[in-house]
Design a protein around this ligand. Sequence first.
Ligand SMILES: Cc1ncc(COP(=O)(O)O)c(C=O)c1O
Length: 381
Amino acid sequence: MKYNLNEPFLEGKEEDYLLDVLRSKWLSTKGKHTRIFEEKIAARSGLKYALAVQSGTAAIHTAAMALGLKKGDKVIVPNYTCAGSIVGIVQCQAAPVLLDIEPDTFGLDAALVRKYIDRVKPAALMVVHIYGFPSRDTEEIADICRRKGIALIEDCSEALGAKINNRSVGTYGDIATYSIRSEKMIGVGEGGVVATNSRGLLDKAFYWASRAAPYRTDKDPYWKTYYYTGVGMNYLLPHLLGAVARAQIENFDRILKRKISVGRRYQELLGGMEGLRMQQLVRGHQPVFWLNIILLEQLSEEKVRRLGEDLIASGVQIRPGFWPLSDLPPFGKMRRGAQETGMRVLKKGIVLPSSVYLADDHCRKVDEVVKILATRLKNYI
Ligand SMILES: Cc1ncc(COP(=O)(O)O)c(C=O)c1O
């Protein structure tokens, strides 16, 4: 495609660190580069501790286990997100409760949280920062959780680097998770991170992600190496991927600058266009524009689809929004209340090319995408 949705930016020390790992012959978990990556991503997230795991989905499963979520525990989850947000909750047999999103940044709607929280009595809530935009009601939801003593998970899979009033997303809850699969803000192929300020939660995350092995220091007696005290997962990130992750986080300033240039350019060119809406730039919020979605409010669902096909045929790599979780067969029964906003984003939305490389040459390719879009759009109005 001429205009790519997303591409990894492998222009740092990826090759050097990978060769170092191969020469060291240590390919497994707990490698040096992984450790350095964990320190750096924790610092970058404004959190004390981070644990690298094999996917964002694994990170959420690990976080849910670390929080002690168990069979029957209710967890409020926003309905518009990647299925990866909910899978880890279901895997520990907790019971998600899906609430609709707000229309501004497509995050969990605090008004619905207020409406349902005392009826649902959740053990935890999840906030998801969709497409790199801080969820509009994060502060209010964090406040509700604090007052009621409910755990808060922040799924920051798409939002590494995003802030609210200079405070990083991920620091509002008890535990934050990231995906670092290849097309996320940083990417290694497949990977994820659990991050927290709580040493206790970090230790529990490590325990569950390393087959429930309680021993982790060199001081422990050697005969306890294969001693497990629970039925855990094997989720820790291998050293080869840790090497790429380290190079990526060390190059993150450059990646971020590019993503923000592309996002701001789209907002500048499309923000005020009639009949078209983007995620809102909330005052004090600093989004990272992981992806840029437009909602074509006046077009029918059928026309949005045809426009999408048209754009793909013109070399513009677009993609649809997420299917609301409540409309996916395994999660349908978990809905609570109407789910109109999430469904509207799917029906009216087109995700535009957002590759870091579109920032080249003063975002020339963003301008070209917008021109193609405007021309094609005329055929459907
Ligand atoms: C919001 C969100 N949560 C969770 C995930 C799951 O991450 P992974 O694909 O690394 O398992 C993703 C992305 O894939 C995501 O976008």
